[in-house]
Design a protein around this ligand. Structure first.
Ligand code: ATP
Length: 137
């Protein structure tokens, strides 16, 4: 079994799709190992998105992700990382995510794409350690 760090970003919380996203995760057969509603500090946000530090959208991404509460989850199951990324759909909700995915069904803009999911076992371990330091798996 595998774990992945999922975030329902501030736009997802504001749009009222927390239940919808969790429901899709559960319907897929994945389970929840941790769940918390939390407003993130700029410090945690910039560590989370460290790989994008040089990108032109980094500043606005930090501003967005700290703009309101997010739901942070540790999601577990066989191939959980790939399975959640399949549920989420591609980064651009219009050009990449297809209908039937979370981003494809609810998103319009790349920055406001509702959810995050770790992209590799290494990022999952790093991100779970960052968001849930007391969870040792
Ligand atoms: P995430 O890491 O959130 O799951 P991802 O892996 O699909 O998303 P990344 O390329 O890692 O996408 O980008 C991280 C996040 O930065 C995106 O989810 C999106 O919110 C934002 N982002 C990415 N590209 C752009 C862009 N060109 N303009 C604005 N925001 C962007």
């Amino acid at each position: 079994t595998e774990q992945t760090l999922v975030l329902i970003k501030p736009d997802g919380v504001q749009r009222g799709v927390i239940g919808e996203v969790i429901s899709r995760i559960e319907r897929k057969g994945l389970t929840l190992a941790a769940l918390e509603l939390r407003t993130v500090t700029t410090e945690i946000a910039s560590e989370h998105y460290a790989e994008h530090a040089e990108r032109p959208f980094f500043g606005s991404l930090l501003e967005f992700i700290t703009s309101g509460p997010v739901v942070a989850l540790v999601v577990e199951g066989p191939r959980a990382i790939a399975a959640f990324r399949q549920l989420a759909g591609g980064t651009d909700p219009v050009e990449k995510a297809t209908p039937g995915t979370i981003r494809g069904d609810f998103g319009l803009e790349t920055q406001f794409n509702l959810v995050h999911g770790s992209d590799s076992p290494e990022s999952a371990a790093r991100e779970i350690g960052l968001w849930f330091p007391s969870l040792n798996s």
